[in-house]
Design a binder for this molecule. Structure first.
Ligand SMILES: Cc1cc2nc3c(=O)[nH]c(=O)nc-3n(C[C@H](O)[C@H](O)[C@H](O)COP(=O)(O)O)c2cc1C
Length: 180
């Protein structure tokens, strides 16, 4: 299997760190993986793409949505996956459960499905450590300190392992067994 791009849109960097963890795990699985902000705006030279965005007010960040639209003709030809990062706080498990209205980026999913995505997952996120403005500040304040970073690194690595296994299966090679 060739090169994989992990592209992310992140306002307060926690999604960027999830993307970096995915790329690192793909490398452990023997893949050649790059991790870049969506603003790099290219998929040229990649054989598979993972695109991720933080979710704010039920929506993906604009740049991630734009990336999906802009590269749809390339993405239709190669395997691609998407992930969203968001749920934080007391109701993480409920919010991560399917059909939560709070986190489903419907527009993005419809578009990604029309392009032929292989899968979408939602990871728990982290409240901004540097909140801007009243809304962000009050959301951070409302979330108990110990619940502000809900990112589940094992779940993130397991998902990356599944992607690596799917890519290996489609190229006829074997991925390393999951360590998680
Ligand atoms: C103002 C605000 C609105 C948010 N809205 C949502 C939301 O609708 N759904 C969700 O799952 N998470 C929501 N979150 C949580 C963020 O998605 C979470 O903090 C995420 O990890 C931020 O990613 P980033 O650090 O990459 O920007 C919101 C957070 C803030 C501060």
């Amino acid at each position: 299997m060739g090169k994989v791009l992990v592209a992310y849109a992140s306002k307060h960097h926690s999604t960027a760190e999830i993307a970096e963890a995915i790329a690192a795990e793909l490398r452990i699985q023997g893949l050649d993986a790059d991790c870049t902000d969506v603003s790099a705006d290219t998929v040229t030279g990649y054989d598979a793409v993972i695109l991720g965005s933080a979710v704010y007010a039920g929506r993906w960040l604009k740049d991630a949505h734009r990336f999906l639209k802009h590269h749809r003709d390339d993405l239709v030809r190669i395997p691609f996956w998407i992930f969203s990062s968001g749920p934080v706080g007391e109701n993480v498990e409920e919010d991560l459960a399917e059909n939560s209205n709070w986190l489903e980026p419907h527009k993005v999913l419809d578009l990604a499905e029309s392009i032929g995505l292989r899968g979408h997952t939602v990871f728990a996120g982290r409240m901004p450590t540097d909140p801007h403005g009243f809304i962000e500040k009050s959301m951070v304040k409302r979330t108990p300190e110990e619940l502000r970073d809900a990112r589940d690194w094992d779940a993130i690595r397991r998902w990356a392992d599944d992607v690596a296994a799917a890519l290996a299966a489609s190229s006829g090679t074997t991925a390393a067994p999951s360590q998680h």
